[in-house]
Design a protein around this ligand. Structure first.
Ligand SMILES: [Zn+2]
Length: 137
């Protein structure tokens, strides 16, 4: 058979195994990383249309910061912490998308409480510590 293709498939196999070994126990990518990546790309595109000088410098620095953050998070071995970061990010997105509710944090224990919008003044009872507080929704 073709000797060249055998050599090539062996190399790709070795690379794949090496990459797998390298990524073992590391975090990889998630929604938060994708968002930072897209943000970095947007900043990069915006910087092309800016007049040269400090605005470009700022944008380029931010683009680099985004890339470094994504690389750091992907290769991080502290998977628990990265997972929690992603969870926090997803919760934030959920809040922004949610137009039917308002979010308040309990004045006593800081637990976030979700209440329906447009009900006027209501008394809220914290589900965690039972503290009562009045808010306008
Ligand atoms: Zn509370």
């Amino acid at each position: 058979m073709n000797g060249n293709s055998g050599w090539f498939s062996q190399l790709t196999y070795k690379l794949k195994m090496g990459l797998q070994r390298f990524m073992a126990g590391r975090y990889g990518t998630d929604k938060l990383n994708n968002t930072i990546l897209i943000l970095g790309l947007c900043l990069c595109v915006i910087s092309m249309f800016l007049p040269s000088g400090w605005p470009v410098l700022v944008m380029t620095t931010l683009t680099y910061l985004c890339s470094i953050t994504v690389i750091f998070r992907s290769f991080s071995r502290n998977t628990g912490k990265r997972y929690r970061e992603n969870r926090r990010y997803l919760a934030l997105v959920e809040r922004i998308k949610d137009r039917e509710h308002r979010y308040y944090s309990c004045p006593k224990c800081k637990q976030s409480v979700r209440v329906p919008k447009g009900k006027g003044k209501i008394a809220i009872t914290c589900p965690k510590c039972r503290e009562k507080f009045v808010k306008k929704t």
